[in-house]
Design a protein around this ligand. Sequence first.
Ligand code: F6R
Length: 605
Amino acid sequence: MCGIVGAVAQRNIASILVEGLRRLEYRGYDSCGVAVLADGALRRARSVARVADLDAQVRESDLDGVTGISHTRWATHGAPVTDNAHPIFSRDTVALVHNGIIENYESLREMLRGKGYEFASQTDTEVVTHLIHSLYRGDLYAAVREAVKQLHGAYAIAVIHKDQPHTVVGARAGSPLVVGLGEGENFLASDALALAGSTERFIFLEEGDVCELSLNGVRIADRDGNDAVREVRTVVAYGGAVELGPYRHFMQKEIFEQPRAIADTIPQAEAFDATLFGEKAAEAFAGIDSLLILACGTSYYSGLTAKYWLESIAKIPTQVEIASEYRYRDSVPNPKALVVVISQSGETADTLAALKHAQSLGHRHTLSICNVGTSAMVRLTELAFLTHAGREIGVASTKAFTTQLVALFVLAVTLGKMRGHVDAAQEAGYIKQLRHLPAALNSVLALEPQIIAWSEEFSRKENALFLGRGLHYPIALEGALKLKEISYIHAEAYPAGELKHGPLALVTEAMPVVTVAPNDALLEKLKSNIQEVRARGGQLYVFADADTRIVNDEGIHVIRMPEHYGLLSPILHVVPLQLLAYHTACARGTDVDKPRNLAKSVTVE
Ligand code: F6R
């Protein structure tokens, strides 16, 4: 992952480089660093603490300059220690920051060792730095263009050379990089957000592009080395500090923002039609016979939930695959399948690669469901539906997930209608239910005090099981993921009927078993599964809809959900699981918004 920033200007750019990192911390926060060119020499500050610490170092050491680069790291090669923090130097002459993974770094390292280069870090990045140094003949732009020909893997880089003031060279393949155009100054960054306040004019570099930034212009070469002209786009990226308000963490704030986020995502139209997904959607949807959904993590679970809706409402066969698996396996392409990629960030490397793989196999119709309109994913798909969750800062996805579910439900109803399985009255009913969701969610959020009481007990556990059935099995999966990623408690989810085929062996008095119990057609089956756990002494924590007649008893703790919500019930049932994970993590004192080893946007495979 990692985030990078670069700048050339006639003013001191240290604060732009550091502020940019603060906004890119969602891409990783294992270490950070900045390098500037001042009086013909490279100067650098690096920190294995957060950006605030780097900022203090930069101020104390007057690290001023008019040309510079900076980096926030998510460690891949080498531990998060200072020596591995970027910018990485080559012989105090070249400084480089890198996002991505260089797959052939070992052979390049041997080749460079043979030329006398010594390695001070364990990073794959250092080979790129020395490689550029070895190819430099007075023109950094030319050296980088030569160097990237030898790189295999994914990268976005920004480079400066001590003999070339007012020059930053960048290159990208597989990892995002944008050029920000100013007046007499120019910038580079992993995300336009990093440069908010400095410019609103951006060039989104394409695969294989190399660029050279100077004070008065930008040169770009395409993957074949030819001069390229790229579209300049205006992006107003709000980069101001997002206020926490009365909340302790962004995750809590984002959980409570869900009624608003969902209201903003539900289309205002009185009836749903294909144009909600793009101008060409009507034609594309008319010719499809199935869906192939590709995503990772929480977004994958929204796809799994949608499969139930798509097959029951629209009667369209739907396959859901983890993107990192799909991209590397032999599959049987069906050109009539609509490929749907789901992503909060729109930059997730595995999902992007899976999309490109599907396109290369002949899938013509592609749709992204995404929270970032300017992302690579939205730019690569034929059709798009944007969720309006607003910026999600907490690493654990919450409002992005529930807004994805809304988008996917709208897709199911739209396809159902086009395929003759949803009539006008049913459509009006679905729309009415959607519109009532924000109010229903507010009632669920009011359960927070009861959930806090449970979280005290959970915080003392090291394992937990989550159970659900049917539509709510993916919700159990999502609840387990939330708990493990922020509280570090080992958690697994199972379809409740599967328990007796193995996992029941884990159940003892020490094992909390969280159960999602909607009042749906599977309720009686679920009740039997609950009894199987009780009979083995397991401690059940059940989120039960009204009228389920599941009540507090020995070994069974119940929080009553306000109302049963039919097909949209997963959107309500996930919320108490988010709150349970959040308050359990708080009770354990973990870094909720920035859990260990993770990053918000996973731009490496
Ligand atoms: C978990 C979480 C991750 C992301 C996954 C995909 O809380 O946030 O599992 O869902 O990394 O990210 P996007 O949706 O940006 O493609």
